[in-house]
Design a protein around this ligand. Structure first.
Ligand SMILES: [Zn+2]
Length: 95
């Protein structure tokens, strides 16, 4: 980007941030602006940090866990139905 040379009034600095997926984003900040510790990755939404080698941890609300919990819930429902069906069959057979 060759536009940096024009900035006599408001010099800006581009700071690189990396998220845990390895995405690099380079928002620019005014020199007197406070650069935050983390920056939301525009590609995946994960927090990105200035240290490429140790990016911030992704947020704990992983859809994978929610899905697992959902599957587990469903399976226990199915188990419950199977047990019920078995019990009913047994009941019918034994009467
Ligand atoms: Zn990312």
């Amino acid at each position: 980007m060759g536009e940096a040379e024009r900035g006599e009034s408001a010099p800006r600095a581009r700071i690189s941030f990396w998220c845990s997926n390895g995405h690099e984003t380079q928002p620019s900040f005014a020199h007197d602006a406070q650069v935050p510790d983390t920056w939301d990755c525009p590609r995946c939404g994960f927090p990105a940090g200035q240290d490429k080698d140790s990016p911030p941890d992704p947020p704990r609300t992983e859809p994978y866990k929610t899905h697992l919990a959902y599957v587990r819930e469903r399976r226990s429902d199915e188990d419950g139905e199977a047990i019920l069906a078995e019990a009913l069959a047994k009941l019918r057979g034994e009467i």
